[in-house]
Design a protein around this ligand. Sequence first.
Ligand SMILES: *Cc1c(COP(=O)(O)O)cnc(C)c1O
Length: 445
Amino acid sequence: MKKVLLNEEELPKKWYNVLPDLPEPVPPPINPATKQPVNPEDLKAIFSEECIEQEISDKRFIDIPEEVRKVYAMWRPTPLVRAENLEKAIGSKAKIFYKNESVSPPGSHKPNTAVAQVYYNKREGINKLVTETGAGQWGSALSFAGAQFGAEVKVYMVRASYDQKPYRKSLMEAWGGKCFSSPTDLTEIGRKIRKEFPDTSGSLGIAISEAVEDAITHKDTKYAIGSVSNHVLLHQTVIGLEVEKQLADIDIKPTIMIGCVGGGSNFGGFFLPFLPRKLNGENIRFIAVEPKACPTLTKGLYKYDYGDTGKVTPLFKMYTLGSSFVPPAIHAGGLRYHGDSPILSLLKKLNLIEAQAYYQREVFEAGVLFARTEGILPAPETNHAIKAAIEEAKKATKDDVIVFNFSGHGHFDLAAYDAYFRGELQDYAYPEKDILKAIENLPEV
Ligand SMILES: *Cc1c(COP(=O)(O)O)cnc(C)c1O
């Protein structure tokens, strides 16, 4: 069977919360001023109350509100597809499947959480949401969700992407979102960085500082987060729960599950529902894939660090390259965050997940092979998962079943493909000495 489809009634009614199933609790976020765990009350200036509760919930399953399921039903359940042409092209003995999250209106997995966050804020009387965006995917997903529930959305977009990807901004505007090139002069931290580094290409860390400052200084505004947080991974588990059902329908068990990792939300949402199988001793591997230019899980340290460059967020225990990390603008793709989800970081520390890093040219080569065999042009981020799936397939046996998450399409990333086809993309590994330097400045806890 080429494609496993579920009908609309099979769209999950609950998300899966991994927190009660983890072998150890996730270390709590720390308030940098007091060095004490953050009081959930303090987060109310930033997040909706429902999301704060979900962040620390000990309930294994959490209801998906009917209003959210209705919006999900515009594109969910998404297809699980057997990549037979890719298998043939690389001579794979193993079966390879991909879960196609690119069929959502914004073209990625990101609306799975954007829709939930906008819904909860609206329900609590909040009509304005701010956020940051790197490659532009999250900003467009939140703008899409804003349009569904009639909320205002304002997006701080990393300057390098704002200049490289003007069409993402147009997409945000089409859905009614407002998009600004970060650092802006709309915030204190933005003005400060512009004065100190007028030529900065911006970074996700800087844009987060701006969005959080905006939320803190406006009572009618809250912040929406696109990745990293526990509640974001929770909302994304709709992906893995569907995969579970789809594989059960064809009586197949996965042995290797793969996803690309920026902050960890598409990979987390995809594999976390399968984690209990591994904890029960089943033979299954989980592989997180990142760029060598931003090697958080493969080269970072497991330490408390700020979530942003401006040091306005709490400290999170996570693999980090240091919050002063600014990736080179020549590098394409949205996997440029200095830290990682605390849940994924803990699982990596406990050796329950593996991590791999690749150069960007080999990753684009894999993406182009995928487009030529399976037909869909992947997002540069997704290419990392494809590259790892191909590498694993070369070593796999006929009993292996490789499933990877196809996090998004690359229709807005044609400038990066263009650079690749012209031979202008450069391989870049973040220098070890710069990692050591950034890590020297980690806060004491
Ligand atoms: C944002 C994005 C990612 C990386 O974010 P995660 O939170 O790690 O999933 C990966 N793929 C696509 C298509 C994205 O838009």
